[in-house]
Design a protein around this ligand. Structure first.
Ligand SMILES: Nc1ncnc2c1ncn2[C@@H]1O[C@H](COP(=O)(O)OP(=O)(O)OP(=O)(O)O)[C@@H](O)[C@H]1O
Ligand SMILES: [Mg+2]
Length: 602
């Protein structure tokens, strides 16, 4: 007798179960997918002891014919595909014909079902040992069926299918040891149900645990379902998207950075309705938020990617949570750009009513009178310089007298004053708005710098008298080594002595900032990376540094026209709702909220 022997069927299924039936939640996922594949419109889930003691999934789907029942529990038996061609364009959740067999290998499974045309229900279970099959060639299904030759008996059932899975891992105690607490296993089951419920708002779901009702989800539209699943905090910050490019479509909800998470727990990505954890998609999303979200925070989203099933291979992972795209690059680009566009829509175009008349702002304003910018206080002078350079293209530096009820009133309203040199207080049609002037200006500068660099070499401003800055030996060395990078960013600097740098030219956009600080931070960043790669790889980080130091500092007093100019700039700037670190740049307080504060009935 040789050393290599074929494995018994049950053991094969138990091995397969190791991949598919990782924990109760993975069983639930398979059962829910089967119900959805069967066309269910209502699915009820009952769990006991985290799903380990018992899991019962009842659906109102098409049911299973009596003669098919033994095959439902057999390995490699499926009603969903029949050929390689089917596999390559599979549209159902299931196709492996393995889930129920794997589950039945590690738990007591009972399937009760009534096909639509059947006169009554039928039941099969693996509680009893299977009846012996004829020895050779008796049936065309061979070994597959042999594992599942359980008796079928009549049972009462009005319609659909009920699958009960009891005593998970009773036959494989080693597995049971890996299970976590009941509460943890239940939480994973709940998460599986949440995903399914998000993907299929048209289907009604209920969930109970140890006899207590936990979820009751009526069939709904997507946004009502999402609200029920994700919670109300997400919504005020969520932007809906629906973008298509040829056969690709991306829709769903993406949260602005003001609603970010410490973990990846609110990232739902579905490909053709299937929840996936896909590195490519996650990467595209991360990149879309990278510009506006602090590195330690995670974005929140519910996104649905739809494409021709032939363009995606779902047969990559036994639990089907990974996929492979035929055109990975194209998908990445599409997802990235669709999200980036959604997150970047300027305030004026995105904000509620303002959407109807997004661009009236600039048009209704009289020309800026330069004279009004001539501010006496020395503290403001630097900013005025900046304002001339940065806002030169704007016709909106001066606001008419505010009339809040005016339908054309801009989204962020008109400035009333400055609070403690940090915030701008403005009045808009809905109430009041507070703006963090440094954060807001930083964002505007950053976007302008990016746009300027995209368009070619940035506009620079020569300094009549070079600015001489004290520098360390390391900083001097960086100036020498990174000449090319500095020039590309719009800086002309050279050593002016053993301990000094002379700056002769800098980007016009930054002329009003703290130039010495700006140059030092820039040199520090440039020094960390080899000269050849620094510009392409870290351009945006460098621009963010420049914007931070170029932006108007707190405690600098601004005039009303300057403040209004900043507000108008914000309305026109992409992604102006957050600073480069993901903090909000402005906060609205409505009249209703103010009334509440003062307990004032209206
Ligand atoms: N709730 C259900 N309603 C109707 N038919 C069902 C249900 N659950 C299972 N079936 C039938 O049992 C078969 C086997 O189910 P199983 O989950 O083991 O395999 P599958 O769904 O075809 O493929 P996969 O292993 O990829 O899930 C299915 O192909 C389907 O015909
Ligand atoms: Mg299945």
């Amino acid at each position: 007798m040789g050393a290599i022997k074929p494995l018994p069927d049950l053991l094969i299924s138990q091995i397969a179960a190791g991949e598919v039936v990782e924990r109760p939640a993975s069983v639930l996922k398979e059962l829910l997918e089967n119900s959805l594949d069967a066309g269910a419109t209502k699915i009820d889930v009952q769990l006991e002891e985290g799903g380990v003691r018992l899991m019962r999934v009842s659906d109102d789907g098409g049911g299973i014919a009596a003669e098919d029942l033994p095959l439902a529990l057999a390995r490699h038996a499926t009603s969903k595909i029949a050929s390689l061609d089917d596999l390559e364009r599979v549209a159902s959740f299931g196709f492996r014909g393995e889930a129920l067999a794997s589950i039945a290998a590690v738990a007591r499974v009972t399937v009760t079902s009534r096909a639509q045309s059947a006169r009554h229900g039928q039941r099969i279970s693996n509680h009893h040992p299977p009846a012996p099959l004829p020895e050779e060639g008796g049936d065309k299904f061979g070994a597959a069926l042999r594992a599942a030759n359980y008796p079928v008996e009549p049972a009462a059932l009005s319609a659909g299918t009920v699958i009960e899975v009891a005593d998970l891992y009773f036959s494989t105690p080693a597995r049971r040891k890996f299970l976590k607490s009941e509460a943890t296993e239940y939480a994973h089951c709940d998460e599986v149900l949440r995903r399914m419920a998000l993907a299929r708002p048209d289907v009604a779901f209920t969930l109970s645990h140890n006899g207590a009702a936990k979820r009751r989800l009526a069939s709904a539209d997507f946004s009502a379902r999402a609200r029920a699943i994700i919670g109300d905090d997400f919504f005020p910050q969520a932007r809906a998207l629906d973008e298509s490019a040829g056969p690709l479509r991306l829709s769903g909800l993406a949260a602005l950075p003001a609603y970010s998470r410490a973990g990846r727990d609110e990232q739902y990505f579905f490909v053709n309705g299937r929840f996936v954890r896909d590195k490519l998609l996650a990467h595209a999303a991360r990149q879309a938020w990278a510009d506006i979200l602090h590195g330690a925070r995670h974005p929140a989203y519910v996104l649905f990617l739809e494409l021709d099933p032939a363009g995606v291979d779902v047969n990559v992972h036994p639990a089907k949570t990974e996929v492979r795209f035929r055109d990975a690059r194209g998908i990445h680009q599409f997802v990235f750009h669709a999200l980036q566009r959604t997150l970047a829509v300027p305030l004026a175009a995105a904000g509620g009513d303002a959407a109807a008349a997004p661009r009236v702002v600039a048009a209704t304003y009289p020309q800026a009178r330069q004279g009004s910018l001539g501010v006496g206080e020395p503290a403001a002078r630097a900013y005025v310089e900046f304002a001339r350079a940065a806002f030169a293209d704007e016709a909106s530096a001066v606001a008419p007298a505010p009339t809040p009820e005016d339908a054309t009133s801009p989204l962020l309203g008109y400035a009333l004053g400055q609070l403690h040199g940090i915030y701008i207080l403005a009045q808009n049609a809905q109430g009041m708005v507070l703006v963090d002037m440094h954060a807001a200006h930083e964002r505007i500068l950053y976007e302008k710098l990016k746009a300027a660099l995209d368009a070619g070499p940035p506009a620079t401003q020569a300094l009549l008298v070079p600015l001489v800055i004290a520098a360390s030996a390391a900083e001097l060395a960086t100036v020498e080594e990174q000449q090319e990078a500095l020039l590309a960013l719009g800086f002309e600097a050279a050593a002016a002595g053993p301990r000094e740098i002379a700056l002769r030219r800098l980007p016009a956009l930054l002329a009003g900032g703290r130039i010495d600080e700006l140059l030092r931070s820039l040199l520090r960043e440039l020094a960390e990376h080899p000269a050849s790669r620094v510009i392409e790889a870290r351009r945006n980080e460098l621009l963010a540094t420049m914007a931070c130091h170029g932006a108007v500092r707190a405690h600098r007093s601004l005039t009303l026209p300057e403040m209004n100019a900043l507000l108008r700039q914000m309305e026109e700037t992409e992604r102006a709702d957050q600073c480069n670190h993901g903090r909000p740049t402005w906060v609205p307080v409505s009249l209703a909220e103010l009334d509440r504060l003062f307990m004032r009935g209206r």
